[in-house]
Design a protein around this ligand. Structure first.
Ligand SMILES: [Zn+2]
Length: 143
């Protein structure tokens, strides 16, 4: 199960809408071992493609260094599909390197008129095997 704050959920959807019809991608980092995504990090799709995404290698290295300093890990790795359903492609499965991460797929395929719904689904991808999981969107905690 992925538990994610409304605010972060909405930020991912907004990023996907903004980059449509290209795929959008990014990470939500969180404290190591917490399984809690807390820090939204939108990334540049270096491929600028409607059918493929690729993290910019320089940005990705910088992000990993930054997470290391903060004792964080990538809790959520997200990207959008702009013409197909929110399900990992064969390429996505091949690129999934983080067995502890929640792979979030957003689909903006119904979004052509800027009003359609956006699918938001989450998966575990371990050893090439895809398992969909429940997504719980939670109101931000009051402090
Ligand atoms: Zn994909």
């Amino acid at each position: 199960m992925l538990r994610i704050d409304q605010e972060i959920h909405d930020a991912i959807v907004a990023h996907a809408k903004k980059d449509h019809p290209d795929e959008a991608c990014g990470v939500v980092a969180g404290p190591e071992g917490s399984d809690t995504p807390t820090r939204f990090v939108p990334m540049v799709n270096a491929a600028s493609s409607p059918t493929f995404y690729e993290f910019d290698s320089h940005d990705l290295l910088a992000l990993y260094k930054d997470m290391d300093v903060r004792d964080e890990e990538p809790v959520v790795v997200y990207h959008s599909h702009t013409a197909t359903e929110a399900y990992p492609s064969r390429t996505d499965i091949g690129l999934a390197m983080e067995p502890q991460a929640h792979y979030v797929l957003v689909s903006t395929r119904e979004h052509g008129n800027n009003e359609g719904p956006v699918e938001f689904r989450s998966y575990r991808i371990v050893d090439g095997e895809v398992t969909e999981e429940e997504v719980v969107v939670a109101a931000p905690e009051k402090s």
